[in-house]
Design a protein around this ligand. Structure first.
Ligand SMILES: Cc1ncc(COP(=O)(O)O)c(C=O)c1O
Length: 384
């Protein structure tokens, strides 16, 4: 089997989750139905909501199940924007740091195109940390801010943001904060209550849960306009028959204890830096997700290296999106001030609950030759 080092993209299901999920597929009954079948499904769904709430530092009533992280981010960002602009209010401004996930970028850009939103793109520094002073001055300067939205931890370079500091600044100006915690959840303690955020997005498939379910933890004191209209489920915030089996499986994944991957990550980072000349660790070396190791490899194209490693039985990621099949330089790395050539030379390795020392050692054995070959491929590209 190839070695899987792309857990930030999606994780294998935990065995206990799989067992619970398979059993729950036999559930009969819509949780909104009042008969015994429906009430049984509802009881199990609400137990799952309690488990997810416990993992998120919020009350069960504050958990809104969604179809995943993307929907949660859309609901959090659009929902807060619309609610803040209801009843004649005019707060078109959204504060967004550079380097956010496309779930956020594309959502705010859609709001700008279709709903008159004004986007203030805020700087990040050379390791991907949000510039707190820039957020502070934007909050002081404008009184038409709908919301601040930010990543808890960057999904490409693993940099952890000073969330509490930023929510405290926003609170002083009465500005709600949405936090995309999809990559942080399961690796860091994520708490709605302690963070001071109004809404937090998470996704089950990043923590050993199933695909197709996520949640928005939405503070009782926050108001969002729904994206979906229909049966009025989940406090009328997210209509649609609820996915009891998905939620049950999510609930099991949510109970999985946080266990630090830091020693394994550090073995990987130290090994790569020692064995590959021209490898540079990107992101914050200190405030960094325990499962993330992200490098640029001077003189390589990240996608060539990805291919070489794939041939050698290692699955990794460039971490950035493709546009119509053409690899784009990462907007995160460009935002951190890297050149386009450096940004194109990136590769991300992300660990998960099933990662082992043998996986890291297999990478370290294959990487130097793969980099060498990718560098040669890069040079021949340039010659033609
Ligand atoms: C930071 C971040 N936000 C949002 C998402 C979207 O989550 P989902 O795949 O559950 O829609 C991802 C997934 O890659 C992510 O890494």
């Amino acid at each position: 089997m190839p070695v899987y080092l792309d857990h930030a993209a999606t994780t294998p299901m935990l065995p206990a989750v799989r067992d619970a999920y398979v059993a729950a597929l036999d559930l009969v009954g819509n949780p909104a139905s009042i008969h015994a079948h429906g009430q049984n499904a509802k009881r199990m769904l609400e137990e799952a909501r309690e488990q997810v709430a416990a993992s998120l530092g919020c009350d069960p009533i504050e958990v809104v199940f969604t179809s995943g992280g993307t929907e949660a981010v859309n609901l959090g960002v659009k929902g807060l924007f619309w609610a803040r602009n209801a009843a004649g209010a005019s707060r078109p401004r959204i504060l967004v740091p550079r380097g956010e996930h496309h779930a956020t970028i594309d959502t705010v850009e859609w709001l700008a195109t279709h709903e008159g939103a004004v986007i203030d793109w805020l700087p990040i520094d050379a390791v991907g940390r949000i510039d707190v002073a820039a957020v502070d001055s934007a909050l002081r300067e404008h009184d038409d801010i709908a919301l601040l939205t930010l990543l808890w931890a960057n999904n490409e370079v693993g940099t952890i943001q000073p969330v509490g500091e930023l929510t405290a600044l926003a609170a002083a100006h009465g500005v709600p904060v949405h936090v995309d915690a999809v990559s942080a959840y399961g690796h860091l303690p994520v708490s709605l209550r302690d963070s001071g955020a109004s809404a937090i997005s998470i996704s089950a498939h990043k923590i050993g849960g199933p695909l197709g379910i996520g949640a928005l933890a939405l503070s009782r004191s926050a108001t969002v306009e729904p994206l979906l209209h229909g049966g009025g489920q989940q406090r009328n915030v997210r209509s649609g028959t609820q996915d009891a089996p998905g939620a049950i499986a999510f609930g099991v994944a949510a109970q999985h204890p946080l266990s630090s991957l830091e020693p394994l990550r550090d073995r990987l980072i130290e090994g790569v830096l020692a064995s590959v000349e021209g490898a540079v660790l990107r992101g914050d070396p200190e405030h960094r997700l325990d499962n993330n190791a992200h490098f640029t490899f001077e003189g390589c194209q990240g996608d060539s290296l990805l291919f070489m490693l794939d041939m050698a039985g290692i699955s990794a990621s460039t971490g950035s999106a493709c546009q119509a099949g053409i690899p784009e330089p990462s907007h995160v790395l460009l935002g951190m001030g890297l050149t386009e050539a450096d940004a194109r030379s990136a590769l991300r390795f992300t660990l998960g609950h099933d990662s082992t020392e043998a996986d890291v050692d297999a990478l370290l054995a294959a990487l130097p030759a793969a980099v060498e070959r990718a560098r040669r491929a890069g040079y021949s590209d340039r010659a033609v």
